[in-house]
Design a protein around this ligand. Structure first.
Ligand SMILES: Nc1ncnc2c1ncn2[C@@H]1O[C@H](COP(=O)(O)OP(=O)(O)OP(=O)(O)O)[C@@H](O)[C@H]1O
Ligand SMILES: Cc1cn([C@H]2C[C@H](O)[C@@H](COP(=O)(O)O)O2)c(=O)[nH]c1=O
Length: 209
């Protein structure tokens, strides 16, 4: 498949969305391909509807495997409707979270097992992995503090206890160590413009000038 697929990963409040916004124009300045910004869970009508179900803080009774399956279903729909067509059209896809989030949050955080959740997602993604994944490295408590400051309240996942988020963090670090070719760490504790600059210096190596 042509195109360039980049995912952004990390704990809640790590600054992924903020960085993606400022990276788009930097990419467009040197690569003529169309840049598509999207996110998971979500990114298409059906996938966004699944997102609402998953993140609703009132859905306290949701079974952990149901949660994992819903993330995978949302991913499958998004991949089919948005990511694959964009890559086939030789576009650049910047995706705020993708399959590594499921491995870290459901595999690690929910303790369903990182291998089991990766296998579940194999059905959804059929081998479509990002060319590059930027991992936003930040202590869990700092990210949650940033989210708290926004004042919009926590969604169902953000509202989990600290131990859950620490397990997510540990699973991410394992993913980073196991996939050095694909996943590159970014220091997300820097100022927003420094974070964006570090992301872009990595992405630049994948662009067509
Ligand atoms: N480098 C930074 N330093 C301090 N604050 C930041 C930084 N980057 C983003 N923020 C702020 O932290 C909050 C969360 O940022 P953002 O939404 O970009 O994170 P995110 O990784 O997309 O979070 P989530 O995964 O929870 O959606 C926002 O209020 C944003 O303004
Ligand atoms: C894709 C994906 C996401 N999550 C979690 C991570 C976050 O807590 C929320 C999504 O909210 P965001 O503000 O858009 O980052 O969902 C997950 O647990 N598993 C996944 O596969």
């Amino acid at each position: 498949m042509a195109g360039l697929f980049i995912s952004f990963e990390g704990p809640d409040g790590a600054g992924k969305t903020t960085a993606i916004k400022s990276i788009v124009s930097k990419i467009e300045a040197i690569d003529s391909r169309k840049v598509v910004v999207t996110r998971e869970p979500g990114g298409s009508k059906i996938a966004e509807e699944i997102r609402q179900i998953i993140l609703d803080p009132q859905h306290t009774e949701m079974d952990d495997w149901t949660e994992a399956l819903l993330y995978a279903a949302s991913r499958r729909q998004h991949l089919t409707e948005v990511i694959k067509p964009a890559l086939a059209a030789d576009q650049i896809v910047l995706c705020d979270r993708y399959v590594d989030s499921s491995v870290a949050y459901q595999g690690g955080g929910r303790q369903l097992g990182t291998q089991a959740v990766a296998q579940l997602n194999d059905f959804a993604i059929q081998g479509v992995y990002p060319d590059l994944t930027l991992y936003f490295d930040l202590p869990v408590a700092v990210g949650l503090q940033r989210v708290r400051k926004i004042g919009a309240g926590f969604d169902r996942l953000e509202g989990e206890k600290l131990a859950f988020h620490e397990r997510v963090h540990a699973a991410y670090l394992q993913l980073v160590a196991a996939n050095p070719q694909r996943i590159k760490s970014v220091n997300a504790a820097q100022k927003p413009d420094q974070v964006a600059a570090q992301c872009f210096s990595i992405i630049q190596q994948y662009l067509v000038k």
